[in-house]
Write a protein that binds this ligand. Structure first.
Ligand SMILES: Cc1cc2nc3c(=O)[nH]c(=O)nc-3n(C[C@H](O)[C@H](O)[C@H](O)COP(=O)(O)OP(=O)(O)OC[C@H]3O[C@@H](n4cnc5c(N)ncnc54)[C@H](O)[C@@H]3O)c2cc1C
Length: 160
């Protein structure tokens, strides 16, 4: 079955605009499914525009990793929330994406991912990155979501 954004007046079709949302949003929310049971998590992330993927880090075990191992397919959402307008509408820009979640083993990719993540979430990224030594990074669990499909929608979002 195929679905599309029904409100064409609110649809974002420009991939660049969707990428801007993935870069600017504070976190993404990702839905997973195992044995017909849904689960979701919010994740602080770094968005790699060139590879169209999301990097995150997490604890080495837990429910989302069990879900990922059973089924890497995810559906996610990134939101820029502009709040209630003067007209009492709710203003937002959001992107939905589907993709596959992988756990990264390769140290050089972990290094790249952590740089993306820390540069996104930290106000003083270089000082923080300098403290992350390879030994520490090798023990850190990091994941990547390869995005294969995106849709965008906005409602009374400020002009870009
Ligand atoms: C803004 C934001 C950013 C976050 N960034 C990250 C990140 O970068 N990396 C990361 O790993 N996590 C992040 N989290 C936490 C994340 O959303 C999950 O809570 C966490 O990843 C759960 O790990 P798990 O699946 O291993 O849960 P487990 O520890 O295995 O817990 C399983 C059970 O605990 C309960 N549970 C788990 N998480 C929550 C929750 N947040 N609220 C209420 N109940 C819960 C559920 O009932 C679930 O069935 C973030 C949360 C927020 C709100």
């Amino acid at each position: 079955m195929s679905f599309h954004v029904r409100r064409k007046d609110r649809e974002i079709t420009d991939p660049e605009e969707m990428r801007r949302v993935l870069k600017a949003t504070k976190y993404v929310t990702v839905a997973l499914c195992m044995e017909n049971e849904p689960y979701l998590v919010s994740l602080s992330h770094g968005y790699d525009e060139a590879k169209n993927c999301i990097y995150f880090h997490c604890a080495p075990e837990g429910k989302k990793l069990a879900y990922q191992k059973a089924n890497g397919k995810v559906w996610g959402q990134a939101v820029l929330d502009f709040g209630v307008t003067e007209e009492c509408d709710y203003a937002y820009t959001s992107v939905h994406f589907s993709g596959t979640m992988h756990i990264i083993e390769d140290l050089s990719e972990k290094q790249h991912g952590i740089e993306m993540l820390v540069r996104k979430v930290s106000q003083n990224p270089e000082a923080k990155l300098a403290k992350i030594k390879p030994e520490k990074l090798s023990k850190t669990t990091m994941g990547r979501i390869d995005i294969s499909y995106m849709t965008g929608k906005k409602h009374q979002a400020p002009r870009q």
